[in-house]
Design a binder for this molecule. Structure first.
Ligand SMILES: *Cc1c(COP(=O)(O)O)cnc(C)c1O
Length: 374
């Protein structure tokens, strides 16, 4: 008899199903018999401009050191972040993507039988991290697809260890104002850790959008996470960070695997941080693409959730199955993201691409929708 190893897996892992990423370009190219260049991927909120040229130069400079372990302390990147953000290097925890920090938080603070709180439609990783450590997830109903911070604070109970706030949220693109965040942080007991996930921070221009850093001194239970995967265009290198009190950063660093951020990621992130031109171009491209796509959706009679991120969730017409549209778009070489697993089965999330990519997507969407309603 073959051994059933699942029975030996820790309880949390037995119940886990892996995170579903967007479909890779090469996979679809193989399926359709197309070249990778013919595929448009707007499925994972990646930066459509490619990496910053400064990041590419920094990577080339690291090549001769390929055989060496990276700087496990991330000295240069932490110094650059510290200068830019006005925090001490010791307040920064580097992650293999900011997802790493979310994982560290649950592993450091959440015991079997504890719970974490997050919003309906929130980023899927929180639930996965919680399950892994045997914790319960309290999922608070969203309000107009956004976080209901009042209800979230009210959902905290004696076993709550972490509350996750995504601002703006993925996949809805919704966000909470400074006033809402002020009231929320004041309402959360200090023993409950607040993780403020600001993966799309750089994209938001609204004057009422709060900068989590402004709250750090007042709230020692606050951890902010940010990433180089989106506006800084380095998703493949996997580099993100947490910002917190020195005390919390020390705890997070105890579970951080040694050398979790590689030399290319460290060098590229440090260089990208100072490439203001690249970030400005990324934001301009995003604003233009967002305006174009929302205009087109309106013309097509499609409703959407107004988004401040680099993606937007668009609702399929009544009676049209979003999965069928998703499949139809794949046949046209366009990859978007179904979000049924976020309790949004009638929506598709599309990342904002270059002008050319956005236009290809819209042409394909028009075509697919016309075949479905004909
Ligand atoms: C993309 C994303 C992240 C960042 O992921 P990385 O691990 O840094 O690539 C974190 N939170 C949300 C909500 C995201 O959408």
């Amino acid at each position: 008899m073959a051994m059933n190893f699942q029975q030996f897996a820790v309880a949390g892992v037995q119940q886990l199903s892996p995170y579903q990423p967007g479909k890779p370009i090469d996979e679809l190219a193989r399926e359709l018999g197309l070249q990778e260049a013919d595929i448009v991927k707007l499925a994972s909120n990646e930066n459509p401009l490619g990496a910053s040229p400064k990041a590419l130069d920094a990577i080339a400079a690291v090549m001769p050191e390929l055989a060496l372990y990276p700087d496990g302390a991330g000295f240069e990147l932490k110094r650059a972040l510290s200068e830019k953000l006005g925090v001490q290097p010791a307040q920064i925890t580097l992650g293999n993507g900011s997802s790493d920090i979310l994982d560290f938080m649950t592993r450091v603070f959440v015991n079997d039988g504890d719970n974490v709180v997050y919003s309906q439609h929130a980023f899927a990783i929180y639930g996965l991290c919680a399950k892994m450590v045997g914790a319960e997830s309290i999922v608070v109903p969203a309000k107009n697809y956004g976080h209901d911070l009042v209800a979230m604070a009210a959902a905290i109970n004696d076993r709550t260890r972490i509350i996750f706030v995504t601002n703006p949220n993925n996949p809805t693109g919704t966000w909470n104002t400074a006033g809402e965040l002020d009231a929320f942080l004041a309402a959360v007991p200090e023993r409950v850790l607040v993780v403020l996930d600001e993966a799309y921070f750089e994209y938001v221009a609204d004057a009422d959008y709060p900068n989590g850093l402004d709250y750090l001194d007042r709230y020692p239970n606050l951890v902010i996470t940010r990433t180089f995967s989106k506006a800084y265009g380095l998703a493949s290198l996997r580099v993100g960070y947490g910002i917190s009190s020195v005390e919390l950063a020390d705890l997070l660093n105890r579970v951080r695997p040694p050398f979790n951020v590689n030399s290319f990621a460290l060098a590229a992130a440090t260089a990208a941080l100072s490439d203001h031109e690249y970030v400005a171009a990324s934001l301009a491209c995003n604003n233009e693409g967002m305006a174009y796509l929302t205009r087109q959706f309106t013309e097509l009679g499609l409703s959407y959730i107004p988004s401040v991120g680099n993606f937007i969730s668009v609702k399929m017409p009544e009676g049209v199955d979003a999965m069928v549209v998703y499949q139809g778009l794949l046949q046209e070489g366009v990859i978007v993201r179904p979000v049924a697993n976020y309790e949004m089965p009638e929506y598709l999330r599309v990342s904002i691409g270059t002008d050319a990519e956005n236009a290809i997507f819209i042409t394909a969407l028009r075509h697919v929708l016309s075949t479905l309603s004909a």
